[in-house]
Design a protein around this ligand. Structure first.
Ligand SMILES: Nc1ncnc2c1ncn2[C@@H]1O[C@H](COP(=O)(O)OP(=O)(O)O)[C@@H](O)[C@H]1O
Ligand SMILES: [Mg+2]
Length: 403
């Protein structure tokens, strides 16, 4: 899988530094931002006194167990809570390993650290079930315009937030014509597109100014509709906005407009789940085929795009059935949503989601099921890292900085 982490390596030995430098060239880590510095744990302590903390820190230390613990305490004073820490030490002793890990450190490895061992440890850390829960990130895009991908993204966000109880941000990246606000009868105070005017200034506080709260579980980034030009939006700015959202909530659903550019590609490749919505006609099949071939080759074998057939019975008379679409594309859809203009258009005109407007409509269950299939889980309230696992006694002093 492709990791998207910020990683700082503080090396002492040449081998550790070389492994850190080679990391970003490896396929699964090419989207990570890796910085390698010399000076080991001691240097990390001075560094984080005035620098933001990355997602993962790898520090090497050549002291014995006692000095190591003292220095880890020093590091804990300056690093934000919830960050993962891998320690590389000189002592090869299982009791030292246990002691360090019991302090809340994610992993302890023995010097010299080689690339393979570093990659394995990062993968273990990224999947560590005891670590702070990662925010899930779902991108939804239509194979063609008008297929209902925004409708799916909005109803998914609603189901995750209201039916499953997961804190959710719906980020509508159709910066000009987006309906993320309108669909919930909300009027975004400032258009989301303006957040990209000066990407260097973008931070959590600024991003919050563009959000409207539908309720405590659902926040929306969208536009109230305007014809401003948002040219030249770059992939990094979009990635940064999404990363900031991910630090603020538990689920981010990105409504990706039907356009094709570097940042659209980046979003569809980087998302935990990339969902392609098609409706039954020949042009949809052609474009879905192209998109699936391209995106699946970039996302890797373990992370294929998911397919949703919307308005699935629209072409019954022309005999283009859902099974014909899935056979042609070679993918089983995770949902078939029937064509029901009366319900969808009435709900949209009322500024409500289907499940809000028609309490027992058959698609309510479809959207809740879909949200579950895409990883929405109800037990996850609150965006703060799980205290129990956020390095008690170590990373105890929160700083108002983020990487
Ligand atoms: N299953 C459906 N049945 C009937 N109408 C639908 C369905 N899904 C979406 N629509 C309608 O289709 C239109 C286009 O939907 P939208 O979500 O804006 O498409 P996209 O974002 O793919 O361009 C809207 O009027 C919406 O209400
Ligand atoms: Mg749309």
């Amino acid at each position: 899988m492709q990791y998207r982490l910020t990683i700082d390596v503080f090396a002492i030995r040449d081998e550790t530094a070389a492994a850190g430098k080679a990391l970003a060239e490896q396929r699964n880590f090419s989207r990570c931002k890796v910085a390698v510095r010399e000076g080991g744990l001691q240097r990390a302590i001075t560094h984080y006194a005035d620098h933001p903390s990355p997602n993962l820190i790898i520090v090497e230390d050549d002291g014995d167990n006692d000095t190591l613990q003292g220095r880890l305490d020093g590091l804990a004073q300056v690093v934000e809570p919830g960050r993962k820490l891998i320690v590389v030490g000189a002592v090869n002793d299982i009791s030292v390993y246990r002691r360090i890990v019991s302090l809340g450190v994610t992993d302890y490895l023995v010097s010299p650290l080689r690339l393979e061992a570093m990659m394995d440890a990062i993968e273990r850390a990224a999947h560590d079930p005891k670590g702070p829960e990662r925010c899930r990130y779902i991108a939804v895009m239509g194979a063609r315009g008008g297929v209902g991908s925004s409708t799916v993204a909005q109803n998914l966000a609603w189901a995750a937030a209201k039916k499953i109880g997961m804190r959710t941000i719906l980020a509508d990246l159709d910066l000009t014509f987006g309906t993320g606000g309108l669909a919930f009868n909300q009027d975004p105070r400032q258009p989301f597109g303006e957040a990209f005017a000066d990407p260097d200034r973008l931070d959590a506080t600024l991003l919050e100014r563009y959000m409207v709260n539908d309720d405590e579980n659902l926040q929306i980034l969208s536009t109230s509709g305007n014809l401003r030009h948002y040219d030249g939006i770059d992939e990094e700015a979009v990635e940064k906005a999404i990363d900031l959202c991910r630090q603020m909530t538990k689920l981010v659903i990105v409504d990706v407009p039907h356009t094709w550019s570097g940042w659209v590609e980046g979003v569809m490749i980087g998302a935990d789940e990339a969902v392609l919505v098609v409706s039954p006609d020949i042009a949809n099949i052609r474009d879905a085929r192209n998109l699936l071939d391209f995106l699946n080759s970039k996302r890797g074998d373990n992370r294929p795009c998911k397919l949703i057939i919307n308005k699935s019975d629209l072409a019954r008379r022309t005999r283009l059935l859902p099974k014909d679409i899935s056979n042609t594309l070679g993918v089983q859809p995770i949902a078939n949503i029937p064509f029901d203009p009366a319900a969808f258009i009435e709900a949209a005109n009322d500024g409500k989601m289907i499940g809000e407007r028609f309490k027992s409509h058959k698609t309510v269950g479809v959207f809740t099921d879909l949200a579950m299939k895409l990883g929405a889980r109800g037990s996850t309230k609150g965006a703060k890292p799980d205290k129990k696992f956020s390095l008690p006694g170590l990373f105890r002093k929160p700083q108002a900085k983020t990487a």
